[in-house]
Design a protein around this ligand. Structure first.
Ligand SMILES: Cc1ncc(COP(=O)(O)O)c(C=O)c1O
Length: 382
């Protein structure tokens, strides 16, 4: 029996090493990671520059208490202002995406005095608190994905913030909301003094071919939440707010303490991740490779119109949805057996590989998918 409490997709595979786009189990078998861990390792697992930086920083300071500030957190905050287009903003750094989303929602409650948030029905939010499994879910108002009419049913006067995910990979396996749908919600929310929170935990740090997913839309969020890719696998997340919000909290302090708030190691890692992406032009690579991957999947969909329902893609977030009657579990199990780590749920494959993924590795995956699609049958037969 495993000494680990099994909570999510138990596995028997023991991981020994991860490097760039590859993972290795205890039998020495290599896997190509099309999930970047849990969509974190945007620049590849165990990046050499990060290894060096971590080795150096660990010798100096990993963590400090509330009596000190550190330069890494302040520099990273300035960088996030620049990249998000938030002028004179400020950030706070904590550990996970869930914590950062919950903190941003709490800030919006205090700022507006209102106690509900608006989200699109298929948004994830977080693992606890205001998210998925929360007892507080009566504070959540849902608008139906891409349903413009459903916006008219919302009482925006009771909403503190619209929390926007522009390409949720969790619940509905990669769906990108339409521009006019988002514009209308943001317009209504802004007219009613709600804050706009961009949850960029998955779509941020270059993943969609822009620094942030909201930059595909014509909006200016008040708060941007980042996580996952910011630490490339190391747990660091950020809440970055504009001066409207930070001025308010400077006058009306909001006390919030977490042991790892603004830790120097996490912030040094975040800064170096941004440097690497910029200096190595990895967002251009993400766009180019995403287009290649998308084309290959579209060609597959054209070959199997009776088996593939839809391809969805933006940068290096891609999904291949099978028709309902095709046995996707069979394909998924065999893909993993042949060394391809992919996401799979609701008969849909999800691919968020590191930006460093090679076209030849995409070709290998698509060839294997092609083989498995030829032999795939309807669910009733298996
Ligand atoms: C859009 C979004 N927000 C927040 C989170 C929560 O992040 P974490 O799992 O790091 O707590 C996730 C996780 O998948 C996410 O996809």
């Amino acid at each position: 029996m495993s000494p680990i409490i099994q909570m999510y997709n138990p596995t028997t595979k023991m991981l020994i090493k991860s490097k760039d786009c590859y993972q290795y189990d205890s039998d020495g078998k290599e896997y190509i990671d099309f999930e970047s861990g849990v969509w974190c390792a945007n620049i590849g697992h165990s990046n050499d520059r990060l290894i060096e930086l971590i080795g150096e920083q660990i010798k100096k300071s990993i963590h400090h208490g509330y009596k000190f500030r550190n330069q890494f957190s302040e520099d990273l905050s300035e960088r996030l202002n620049t990249l998000t287009g938030i002028t004179n903003g400020a950030s706070v750094f904590i550990s996970s995406g869930s914590e950062a989303v919950n903190l941003s929602v709490s800030l919006s409650f205090h700022y507006t005095g209102r106690k509900k948030i608006l989200k699109i029905n298929n948004s994830y939010l977080s693992a606890f608190g205001f998210g998925q499994n929360s007892p507080n879910n009566d504070s959540i108002v849902n608008v139906q994905f891409n349903d413009i009419d459903s916006i008219n049913t919302i009482d925006f006067k009771e909403i503190s913030a619209f929390v926007l995910e522009t390409g949720g990979a969790s619940i509905d396996m990669v769906q990108f909301p339409e521009k006019n749908f988002i514009s209308k919600i943001v317009d209504m929310a802004t007219k009613n003094d709600c804050l706009i929170i961009a949850d960029e935990v998955t779509t941020g740090i270059g993943r969609t071919g822009k620094w942030f997913g909201f930059q595909h839309y014509d909006i200016k969020p008040d708060i941007v939440v980042t996580g996952k890719g910011l630490g490339n696998g190391y747990p660091v997340s950020a809440v970055t707010a504009n001066s409207k919000v930070t001025d308010y909290f400077n006058k009306n302090p909001f006390r919030y303490a977490q042991s790892h708030q603004n830790d120097p190691l996490g912030c040094a890692i975040g800064l170096e991740v941004l440097n690497i992406i910029e200096e190595e032009k990895l967002i251009d690579k993400c766009i180019e490779t995403g287009e290649y991957f998308n084309l290959k999947l579209i060609q597959l969909a054209e070959k199997y119109p009776e088996k593939i329902k839809e391809i969805r893609a933006r940068g290096l977030i891609l999904a291949l949805e099978l028709k309902k009657d095709i046995d996707g579990d069979f394909i998924h199990t065999h893909l993993f057996g042949h060394g391809f780590v992919t996401g799979f749920k609701s008969n849909t494959f999800r691919f968020l590989p590191p930006f460093t993924i090679k076209q030849s590795d995409i070709d290998k995956l698509v060839t294997k998918l092609d083989d498995l699609l030829i032999s795939s049958k309807s669910k009733k037969i298996f």
